[in-house]
Design a protein around this ligand. Structure first.
Ligand code: SF4
Ligand code: SF4
Length: 310
């Protein structure tokens, strides 16, 4: 059975990647499961999607524990333990990282015995602009590494899965996916199929007696104030809210009121200021602002603009 995990951030298209790959496997005659798994948070938060594909009945359920292939759309997640990118990788697993860094660098950086491949080529040469199509790129790369999906099948899967977005969007996604598919030609079929789990193999766990604890000991307790301030969640953002102060009329500070993270405070003139260390980029402030004073800027573009201004 093929077990494949796609790791990215909410809004990056990992669910789309799993759907495209799942559909392509299905069209090749496989039984398929594909599903996304989100945390409690929103756009920009780490999430993953997974695909199981087998010629036999699939008895496994739930998240994939031992993937044959892990595809990483956003390399910054590798350093975030909670994202679980490296979780349960085995020495025969393959790690495909969308990165402008070379494979050698990742091999030196990660204590991982399996094969690492960096998708370093930027299909259009536009670098970060391609993040909009990263779901299709990841699906194309995974299809090639699995080795059992033909180019025509991948094309059909993308056409079917993205049809609702219109022909122009489908065409660009297709080009990106096929560029990744062709770039990895020399690694066709390197992902190994894992053993399927059979219902006969199931052994119920033995009975476990849980000890009884005094609620005073077992209930969660907060031991220090303001600890959440130390958790820098701003790095989850894919889009940055930017306030145009020439349009902001300091209404009733709806942006600040609705911000679920308390990331907008008022300065001395009572203009809203965004705390980018804790803004997760959900863009609720943008949706609420009556005079449309808040706009969304792609995070890499915002970073580049900031650097230019310094
Ligand atoms: S500042 Fe805006 S985008 Fe950031 S967390 Fe608050 S509501 Fe969301
Ligand atoms: S909601 Fe818009 S107009 Fe109101 S304070 Fe916030 S940015 Fe200004």
């Amino acid at each position: 059975m093929y077990r494949i995990r796609f790791h990215g951030r909410g809004g990056q298209g990992m669910k789309t990647a799993s759907r495209i790959l799942g559909k392509a496997f299905f069209l090749e005659g496989y039984e398929v499961q594909d599903a996304p798994r989100y945390g409690a948070e929103r756009r920009g938060a780490p999430m993953f999607a997974y695909v199981r594909a087998s010629k036999e009945q699939i008895n496994e359920r739930g998240i994939i524990r031992h993937p044959g292939l892990v595809v990483v759309a956003d390399e910054s997640l590798i350093a975030v333990p909670a994202a679980g990118v490296m979780q349960a990788l085995r020495s025969d697993s393959i790690l495909l990282i969308n990165s402008m860094e070379k494979t050698k660098l990742w091999q030196d950086r990660l204590n991982f015995k399996g094969r690492i491949i960096a998708l370093t080529q930027s299909p259009s040469g536009k670098g970060w602009d391609e993040m909009r199509f990263i779901g299709a790129i990841c699906a194309g790369g995974a299809a090639r590494l699995a080795g059992v999906i033909q180019e025509t099948t991948l094309t059909l899967a993308i056409n079917e899965e993205l049809a609702h977005l219109g022909s122009d969007v489908v065409q660009t996604n297709l080009e990106m996916a096929l560029t990744a598919f062709n770039e990895l030609k020399n690694d066709t079929g390197i992902v190994k199929e894992g053993k399927p789990v059979r219902a006969d193999d199931y052994r119920p766990p033995s009975w476990i007696e849980l000890s009884w604890e005094d609620p005073k000991l077992s209930a969660p307790a907060i031991h220090a104030a303001a600890t959440s301030e130390k958790l820098i969640t701003g790095q989850w953002r894919t889009m940055r809210p930017v306030i145009d102060y020439s349009r902001c009329n300091r209404c009733w500070w709806l942006c600040s009121t609705f911000c679920p993270d308390g990331a907008i405070h008022l300065d001395k003139e009572r203009y809203p200021q965004i705390d980018y260390n804790h803004c997760k980029g959900c863009l609720i402030c943008l949706a609420q602002c009556p005079p449309h004073a808040v706009s969304a800027v792609a995070e890499p573009v915002a970073e580049a603009q900031k650097r230019e201004g310094e």
